[in-house]
Write a protein that binds this ligand. Structure first.
Ligand SMILES: O=C(O)CCC(=O)C(=O)O
Length: 268
């Protein structure tokens, strides 16, 4: 039988959810954030969509970056207990802190084919044994359906062996030993208000959008605190906006030292 993505909700024991995420590499967490907040983020980012649609990344979905510069409504999500519990569980194993690596709105256009299957941790080209380097928290803005491009994942693929010969700095070749089978990619519908965390090694992509309407999601990637961030938050968040952020979010975007002194600015 084809494996299915496990679905949890706000009444599920946290430990069950963490265990499922550890085992499968991805899990659907339904009804865990206020859909009105997500709707407001969508409204705040709408003025940037035309530019994003005119400049899609390659042939892939359209993206809006530097989201914190564009809306403060993401702050409660970055501070949410659930997101932080998941980060603590998986990222504090090999790091003294975790940090925001990137925050994007992703829009899959009507008629778009399935995205490229990838691992989010491939941007850090390490050939040896790996820690969990990053977690991508995908938040449906428009409800995810099987037809409009709900994220596809290969459950358990974060534990697959990798081919070191395919891991090359500056290239993003898929480091799988056996070719990926389309049949292994699974998805689950998720309404807005859900979070879909995907561990960095778990193979995934956006689904094809066969409907007439765009599919939008917020992608919040959180990485080990000692890695180079995917999106340079020191430049993406202007100083005036930085000053508006609560201390914990300033730290999350990188304004902190990784113990004992990584990232210090002076020894006096
Ligand atoms: O939009 C999606 O469903 C997947 C996004 C994705 O693959 C990524 O951000 O790495």
């Amino acid at each position: 039988m084809r494996p299915e993505i496990k679905r949890f909700d706000s009444s599920s024991p946290l430990e069950d959810m963490l265990e499922g995420l550890d085992r499968d590499g991805a899990a659907a967490l339904l009804d865990v954030i206020d859909p009105d907040l997500v709707r407001q983020i969508d409204v705040d980012l709408a003025p940037y969509l035309d530019t994003a649609r005119a400049n899609p990344a390659g042939n892939g979905p359209s993206r809006i970056g530097a989201v914190i510069a564009k809306t403060l409504n993401v702050v409660p999500i970055l501070q949410s207990r659930l997101l932080n519990r998941i980060c603590k569980r998986f990222l504090l194993v090999d790091s003294s802190c975790y940090q925001l690596s990137a925050i994007h709105l992703i829009e899959v256009q009507p008629g778009s084919p399935q995205g490229t299957v990838h691992r989010d941790d491939a941007i850090w080209p390490m050939r040896g044994p790996r820690s969990i380097a990053v977690i991508n928290f995908l938040l449906p803005i428009t409800d995810f359906t099987m037809e409009n491009g709900a994220t596809r994942v290969i459950l358990g693929s974060h534990r697959w062996p990798r081919d070191p010969a395919k891991i090359m700095p500056g290239r993003l070749e898929l480091d799988v030993v056996e070719p990926v089978k389309q049949d292994d990619l699974v998805a689950t519908p998720m309404p807005s208000g859900s979070i879909f965390p995907v561990l960095g090694g778990c193979l995934h992509c956006s689904g094809a959008n066969t409907t007439g309407a765009p599919r939008r999601a917020l992608s919040i990637s959180v990485s080990l605190g000692w890695l180079r961030q995917e999106e340079n938050q020191y430049l993406a968040v202007p100083y005036d906006r930085l000053c508006e952020l609560p201390d914990d979010v300033q730290q999350l975007i990188g304004y902190r030292v990784h113990v004992p002194y990584l990232g210090h600015t002076g020894l006096d």
